[in-house]
Design a binder for this molecule. Structure first.
Ligand SMILES: Cc1ncc(COP(=O)(O)O)c(C=O)c1O
Length: 376
């Protein structure tokens, strides 16, 4: 049996008519950059995220970058974030010339541990970027308390967490900015790169609208240097076509996660299961922990099960951040997570037989691992 990590063809075949019609409409209009589709998409995402404003951007990465630019964060400034994330989070901080300051994760949720933030605050601290990793929100109450106390800007990296909720509040709606990614593998994926920033602050929204068109306002008059961070209409149309399905897809991902948990328990398999501590985890990824992670990944691949390691190298161990001077062991929980975690297939369309197959393969592997250790 084949169980790919993610097969977007299955999703597309179920909603082909809607997506094709939405894309055809853009082609008929020949209005490809920004314009009415993007405005419609912004309105829909603002509503979905319980925010006043949404600004369509070229990607999740550029969304993070533009928020930092909007706050004039740059050389000499420090931005606190997690070392256990996709590169774009720390990359955006470095791209504006600021210094990423890392805080280790809570091993249960894989999200930044707020209790470790205070010791990293200096006179140079300007912002905090929590990441809602795998689709579960970071502890925003604690983070906002610290940020409010120090006057820091909070940019939620909600690239993996659109629709996640904690204590009744949506991902992206709590900090000063929330950044989403419409990368195709995200729960709400476009047909290429795309992203969006949400905010409840009119001035910040206006700044972002200006920054995404090279800082131009009015056209060809530039008071600030921005970039080409525009969302295109085809991506907006695809996102709009998919949005009405998102809650059903999220529910299916949650069902799959519950079913995995149940199957692992029934088979008495001791893998570290995701710890859900927030109201609505949207399971962009379902990640387990195992000691022999790399061997398990190889075994699953040989048996037709696709998996991925998110992420094998924490940010402080990346070559491009060697100048920060961190040594191995600096952020032990991030390093342990990078060694032990494995994302299993979780897409909404998985069949019961596929879930069972994945767990059976892991059981076979763990049985063999035990046998190997006994023989050694
Ligand atoms: C946590 C996180 N931040 C930022 C990004 C960047 O988003 P994009 O790929 O749309 O630039 C991603 C997505 O890949 C992500 O997972």
């Amino acid at each position: 049996m084949d169980v790919p990590l993610l097969d977007l063809k299955v999703q597309y075949s179920a909603i082909k008519a809607e997506v094709d019609a939405a894309v055809a409409e853009v082609f008929e209009s020949q209005h490809f950059i920004l314009g009415p589709k993007v405005a419609q998409c912004e309105k829909a995402i603002a509503e979905y995220s319980a925010c006043s404003y949404a600004i369509g951007m070229s990607s999740g990465s550029d969304s993070l970058l533009a928020c930092l630019m909007a706050e004039n964060i740059g050389a000499g400034d420090e931005v606190i974030t997690t070392p256990y994330t996709f590169f774009a989070t720390a990359g955006a901080i470095a791209r504006v010339g600021a210094t990423p300051v890392f805080v280790d994760i809570d091993p249960k949720t894989y999200n930044l541990d707020p209790s470790q933030i205070p010791s990293k605050i200096t006179k140079k601290t300007r912002a905090i970027i929590p990441v809602h990793l795998y689709g579960q929100m970071a502890d925003m109450d604690a983070i906002m308390r610290i940020a409010d106390g120090g006057g820091f800007v909070v940019i939620e990296d909600a690239a993996q967490a659109i629709g996640a909720v904690n204590k009744g509040r949506r991902a992206g709606s709590i900090g000063h900015y929330g950044c989403f990614s419409f990368f195709p593998s995200k729960n709400l994926g476009a047909a290429g790169d795309g992203g969006m920033v949400v905010t409840n602050d009119a001035d910040r929204a206006e700044k972002l609208r200006c920054l995404r068109v090279h800082g131009s306002k009015p056209k060809y008059h530039h008071k600030v240097v921005g970039g080409n961070f525009r969302l295109d209409a085809v991506q907006a149309a695809v996102v709009l076509a998919k949005l009405p399905h998102l809650d059903d897809w999220t529910a299916a991902r949650q069902r799959n996660a519950d079913r995995y948990n149940q199957l692992f328990a029934e088979a008495d398999l001791h893998v570290g299961l995701p710890d859900v501590v927030t109201d609505r985890h949207i399971f962009n990824q379902y990640v387990v922990r195992v000691a022999d992670r790399d061997q398990l990944q190889t075994y699953l691949r040989e048996n037709g099960v696709g998996t991925e390691v998110y992420y094998p190298v924490p940010m402080h161990m990346q070559d491009c951040f060697a100048y920060l001077g961190h040594k191995a062991g600096a952020f032990p929980e991030s390093e342990r997570a990078a060694r032990e975690t494995l994302a299993l297939p979780i897409q909404p369309e998985l069949a019961e037989s596929q879930l069972q197959f994945v767990v059976r393969c892991i059981g076979d592997f763990l049985g063999k691992a035990v046998a190997r250790k006994v023989a050694a």
